[in-house]
Design a binder for this molecule. Structure first.
Ligand SMILES: [Zn+2]
Length: 326
């Protein structure tokens, strides 16, 4: 563990007054003539800091090598996800604000240190004795294989959907299942009802519930409140799909849906009130990255946890300290 180089953190970043048109890392004199807005980063472009191996953006940066954003098991990440040819991991993992990189760093470290049961306990409010299996973005970290029950769910209900249900984090024990939607800087997704329409479901109906009913059949009546949904224009689509999937795959066990947010997230005080009325059963819970940091207290002698705590203390979002009071 001695040779771990952590990603850049608050101690590495220049004071705000010195950030304009230059590399954000202390002591660096690389000038940025022009900030590109959205195009793909290119080597030797005007925002490339060769010394720090990053592309600079206004108030943020992107690692040239996305694996530089990871603190643990980089090769495991590569071996599971690179071969899946999944654009999402390819594109975003190197971003300072990547929620996927944060997720990987925290959960894979917890797995190594036997700390996943602390997260299960946090979500269920009950002490969990069994160390859960970790599944990230649908792949088991045990052997890198895709999760069978998720494959079946997609096959049964989502064959024609371009973007299929993909829980960020699943923790599985014999008794309980924990599905976690992780957010860092971005909001929870809300989609207009129409995005759920596709080749199979193209009836133009004013009713909002019906298109879902056509796709997810009776499953939807089991978990969602029809009257409430009929009154909505936008839909917490990702979270709803987590619940549908959980109920389909794990209805005989206790399942929990958690939204993992930083304390400073815009939705921290509102998402519970917004999302709970969708659901027939009380399965939704918010936890924070700061709660996880606190839960590490009991494990802090472990070498991996020492690295993780330092990483979370130093973690930045848009070049500022990301987590409160840690
Ligand atoms: Zn630099």
């Amino acid at each position: 563990m001695d040779n771990i180089i952590l990603p850049y953190g608050v101690s590495d970043i220049k004071p705000v007054k010195d950030l304009d048109h230059c590399c954000p890392i202390k002591g660096c004199d690389t000038r940025i003539d022009e900030y590109p807005s959205r195009e793909k980063p290119k080597d030797n472009s005007s925002n490339d800091c060769q010394k720090h191996k990053i592309y600079c953006r206004r108030n943020t940066y992107i690692y040239k090598d996305k694996l530089d954003n990871l603190i643990i098991d980089k090769e495991l990440f590569r071996s599971i996800f690179e071969k899946q040819n999944n654009e999402k991991y390819d594109k975003r993992m190197g971003y300072e604000n990547s929620e996927d990189a944060l997720t990987w760093n925290v959960f894979v470290t917890l797995k190594k240190a036997g700390g996943l049961k602390a997260i299960a306990s946090l979500i269920s409010d009950k002490s969990c004795e069994e160390e859960p299996e970790l599944i990230l973005w649908g792949y088991s970290l045990k052997d890198g294989s895709p999760l069978e029950e998720l494959k079946s769910f997609r096959e049964d209900f989502e064959r024609q959907l371009q973007i299929k249900t993909e829980p960020d984090i699943i923790l599985k024990t014999g008794k309980g299942i924990f599905l976690i939607e992780a957010k860092f800087c971005s909001p929870n997704s809300r989609k207009a009802i129409s995005v759920w329409r596709d080749k199979e479901i193209n009836t133009r109906t004013k009713e909002k519930y019906e298109p879902y009913k056509i796709r997810y059949k009776d499953l939807i009546d089991d978990v969602l409140n029809k009257d409430f949904i009929e009154r909505q224009n936008k839909f917490c689509s990702q979270l709803v799909r987590y619940v549908l999937y959980a109920h389909d795959a794990y209805k005989d066990k206790n399942y929990y849906i958690a939204n993992l947010l930083p304390k400073m997230h815009k939705e921290i005080n509102s998402i519970e009130g917004e999302f709970n009325p969708y659901l027939k059963k009380d399965t939704f819970k918010i936890i924070t990255w700061e709660d996880i940091y606190k839960a590490l207290e009991n494990l802090k002698g472990e070498p991996e946890i020492i690295v993780l705590r330092k990483y979370l203390q130093e973690k930045t979002a848009n070049l500022k300290k990301a987590f409160k009071k840690i």
